[in-house]
Design a protein around this ligand. Structure first.
Ligand code: SF4
Length: 378
């Protein structure tokens, strides 16, 4: 935490603070390798969140082979794909993680479904240490995989082209043993197809007989086959034509309403995020730099990067007004700038920004990591 005085209304974000939308990030290293377990459910309106990530970090070793390093005198190279991400998602709500390509949002998604093991930090699902359960394997991991499912970006790559749709959707049921018997499985597949706007008769067809939007609906039906509570959606509409994106998003929203689903929604598109989210985390070079309820983020963005992303969105009622494209390039994540990693692109950067990494601060219901906000300059 910096030594500067905080203006009125600005408080240093407490480590492992309150659950709910107000929870945010902690400064690097603050949590250490063994974060404390989540607190017991507190009284009041807000129940314990379904999903809780605490100082979650993933570092990849992308060094050249040892021989090359020795011969060429090159150091090890570490890629900090996700850096101290802390957030919560209440049951039945959607957190969207947004940012440019390479900001770490897809790595964050894969951490939450157990495809990657975190380098540091923890992820609790329904009060249970999920990564410990994934690591232990067995029935605990199996049960967790039933409750947490993922929808991938590319519906062309995520469906086996040699399998009929009915087999694709029934496979998780067979794998987890959630529905016994062929007749019962077929009935369930038919219901799932109907729930995503397709026909039970489609179960005898192959994926290539469907359009991109229909294939993504099949992916959603497959993800729902084990009756999960938490869906991690990695850019689920970005491979689709604009004309069908809204249909898929509306299906996802309806399913969330009907089944009380909780979503982590990954996207680079703020317009899509606005449509689906309850809270939004803006990521830059592996770190969440602003975390806020949707309406606050869109009406009063605080971080300069969030403002830059919002300025680039075409506005329906602002015709004739030139929009500002996103300025500059994302730096090489293998060699990120010191201090605030956004400083080479930031119009508000000062000398402090070039050397001191901004801590995450709580301010009026949002979390933001920016010296200019802390100093009251913006
Ligand atoms: Fe810009 Fe400095 Fe804030 Fe970083 S900390 S976003 S460089 S003003």
């Amino acid at each position: 935490m910096s030594g500067s005085n905080l203006p009125t209304g600005l408080s240093a974000f407490p480590l492992l603070g309150k659950v709910g939308i107000g929870a945010g990030l902690v400064e690097a290293g603050a949590a250490g390798p063994h974060p404390s377990p989540p607190p017991a459910e507190e009284g009041g309106m807000q129940s314990q969140p379904l999903v809780r990530a605490e100082a979650l970090a993933k570092t990849f070793d992308v060094s050249p082979p040892l021989l090359n390093r020795v011969l060429e005198g090159k150091p090890r190279q570490m890629l900090h794909a996700v850096d101290d991400a802390t957030f919560t998602i209440a049951k039945g709500e959607t957190l969207a993680l947004v940012g440019e390509s390479g900001c770490g949002k897809s790595t964050a998604a894969r951490l939450l479904v157990g495809l990657y093991e975190p380098t540091r930090g923890s992820f609790y699902f329904d009060g249970q240490d999920a990564h410990a359960a994934f690591k232990a394997g067995g029935a605990g991991a199996r049960k967790l995989r039933e409750r947490i499912q993922m929808i991938f970006q590319d519906p062309y790559a995520s469906l086996n082209p040699r399998w009929k749709v009915g087999d694709i959707i029934a496979e998780p049921m067979r794998e987890h043993g959630t529905v016994q018997g062929k007749a019962a499985q077929e009935q369930r597949v038919g219901e799932l197809l109907q729930s995503v706007g397709l026909s039970p008769a489609d179960m005898v067809k192959y994926p290539h007989q469907f359009s991109g939007g229909q294939r993504q609906r099949i992916s959603i039906a497959r993800a729902l086959a084990t009756q999960p509570e938490f869906l991690v959606c990695d850019e689920p509409t970005s491979a689709l034509d604009v004309s069908v994106q809204a249909q898929v998003l509306n299906i996802m929203k309806n399913l969330q309403r009907e089944r009380g689903l909780t979503y982590l929604f990954i996207s680079h598109n703020l317009a899509v995020v606005r449509h689906v989210s309850d809270q939004v985390g803006v990521m830059y070079l592996g770190r969440i730099v602003e975390l806020a309820p949707k309406h606050m983020l869109f009406s009063a963005p605080r971080h300069p990067y969030t403002r830059m992303l919002l300025d680039a969105i075409p506005k329906m009622h602002d015709t004739g007004h030139a929009r500002t494209p996103v300025q500059g390039e994302v730096p090489n994540p293998l060699n990120p700038p010191p201090g605030c990693t956004f400083h080479p692109r930031c119009p508000h950067a000062n000398e402090r920004c070039k050397t001191e990494r901004p801590a995450m601060l709580g301010i009026q219901g949002i979390q933001v990591a920016c010296h200019a906000v802390e100093e009251g300059r913006i």
